[in-house]
Design a protein around this ligand. Structure first.
Ligand code: GDP
Length: 476
């Protein structure tokens, strides 16, 4: 979402870094460029002015104190980074749990902001951490909101308290109250109350939200806002703050391509932290909002911390340990291992999302946008159409086997050939790396190359000594 802002920051600092000594007028020029970039991204004027004034003041103060030889551009960059983290809310705040359960979370926001979807995401997130959430369907206005919540709840195995069908029928305050009592009686430790929005801020909406708030005394009121809304996001958040009040913000639709700067102004203007971020329609497209990671993305440094966390989640420790042991022992990396990696990668989310977390991804934007997500699915289909023997030993893949695989995966034989060739090349490269060699195309002296040579025991692939097993293998 913040690509254009990110590319403006990257170009402003590129120019600054290329200078040996930085003068006051360089700082002024950079500040003017940052100001323009923020305004064009829809960041609220008051936020822009205080942001730029603070950077200018801090940079001009530090400049005369810098020793020669210091990378002055980097020092200014760090000032901007720190300031950006601050307008995004400083350090991430965790949800406050009630001392005596259940912890009550109330969602508030306009219709279509993504509250119902978020209710499911929050429930899954906290259930995965060992909590026992209950979803309460108090959006009795929006058509199908109750059913939508039930479907979401079912999909994640979280119960939904929904005594009314909604669609304009029922009292949302009574439902919310009864939901809390139910949670208490059944000992759920958390209640997430979905409430109705309206298309715009109106008095009815605020009154209903206030009545629900007073009836359930939430531990956290989370204001849910669509980051694609532009300047309206700022006005709406102010109206909700003055009306029902809230403790934290959730930005949704951060995967969109709107300018998004208004959303970045909300924490600073409302003095409420952004606590979570939603980046897609799937329940897994959700995370805690980390101001420092977001600042890092905006400044073109990527978000390696999130990438590493996702990889850790996707590659369970068994898979990683198994692959590592194979690599060290000199066993071949097979198509079976490759399939396991593909499955883990698909658990991490879309490839373009992953690539966009890499430092410098702004410069690769076009390639990332054009990345064909279907490629992974197609490759998976080909490998899944192979027998275990073929995956372990692709050398057995003669013409008729390849034709069968192509038919089974709905691909052309040339796609199968292509995959097998690419896999053979990758396998060869891994062998070279393991043996301490330098694969073609890689610079010598890279860390993998300079690792001490391990004594590698090259195991010869042998057919099973058990005749029955060997017959099965040969039949495969
Ligand atoms: P509510 O009226 O506030 O309950 O909004 P919903 O939860 O029904 O969401 C409205 C629409 O936005 C639905 O189509 C959701 O699938 C979609 N949506 C919700 N969150 C996101 C998000 O983070 N990214 C994208 N792209 N769509 C989202």
């Amino acid at each position: 979402m913040f690509e254009s802002l990110s590319s403006r920051f990257t170009s402003a600092f590129g120019a600054l870094r290329s200078r040996g000594r930085i003068s006051n007028s360089d700082i002024e020029a950079t500040c003017a460029e940052i100001r323009q970039a923020l305004l064009e991204s829809d960041v609220a004027l008051a936020v822009v002015d205080s942001f730029v004034a603070s950077i200018s003041e801090k940079s001009l103060a530090i400049l005369p104190t810098l020793q020669s030889g210091t990378n002055q551009g980097q020092v200014i960059f760090e000032i901007v980074n720190a300031q950006l983290i601050e307008i995004l809310g400083g350090s991430a705040r965790r949800l406050r749990f009630a001392k005596k359960g259940p912890t009550v979370i109330m969602l508030a926001g306009l219709q279509g902001a993504g509250k119902t979807t978020l209710a499911g995401k929050l429930a899954k997130f906290f259930a995965d951490q060992g909590n026992t959430p209950l979803l309460v369907a108090s959006d009795l206005q929006r058509p199908n909101a109750v059913t939508q919540l039930q479907v979401v709840g079912d999909s994640i195995g979280v119960p939904v308290f929904a005594p009314e069908v909604g669609n304009g029928v029922g009292d949302p305050v009574k439902v919310a109250q009864a939901g809390i009592e139910f949670a208490r009686a059944k000992q759920y430790n958390m209640v997430i109350v979905d409430t109705a929005g309206r298309l715009g801020v109106d008095e009815d909406l605020m009154k209903e939200a206030i009545r629900i708030r007073d009836a359930v005394t939430p531990d956290e009121i989370l204001f849910v806002v669509d980051a694609m809304m532009g300047q309206d996001a700022v006005r709406t958040s102010q109206a909700f703050l003055d009306g029902v009040g809230f403790d934290g913000v959730v930005l949704t639709k951060l995967d969109g391509d709107a300018r998004g700067g208004a959303a970045l102004s909300i924490a600073s203007l409302t003095k409420r932290p952004i606590m979570f971020a939603s980046t897609g329609e799937k329940l897994s497209d959700f995370d805690i909002f980390y101001p420092d990671r977001m600042a890092s993305r905006i400044l073109g440094l990527g978000d390696v911390a999130t990438l590493a966390e996702q990889a850790k989640k996707a590659f369970d420790s068994d898979t990683s340990a198994k692959l590592e042991a194979k690599f060290v022992s000199g066993e071949d990396f097979t198509l079976e291992d490759f399939l396991e990696q593909l499955l883990a990668m698909s658990k991490m989310g879309s490839m373009s999302k992953l690539l966009s977390m890499l430092p410098g991804s702004g410069a690769m934007k076009k390639a990332i946008d054009n990345f064909d997500e279907g490629e992974i699915v197609r490759t998976k289909a080909i490998v899944e159409s192979m027998t275990p023997l073929e995956r372990r030993d692709p050398k057995v893949l003669n013409g008729s086997r390849r034709a069968r695989i192509a038919m089974g995966s709905g691909r052309a034989v040339s796609d199968v050939n292509n995959l097998v060739d690419r896999f053979a090349a990758a396998q060869k490269m891994m062998k070279q790396v393991r043996n301490g060699g330098v694969p073609a195309g890689m610079p010598p002296g890279s860390p993998a190359m300079s690792a001490p040579k391990k004594s590698v025991v090259q195991k010869k692939k042998s057919k099973s000594g058990n005749p029955a097993k060997r017959a099965i293998e040969e039949a495969q």
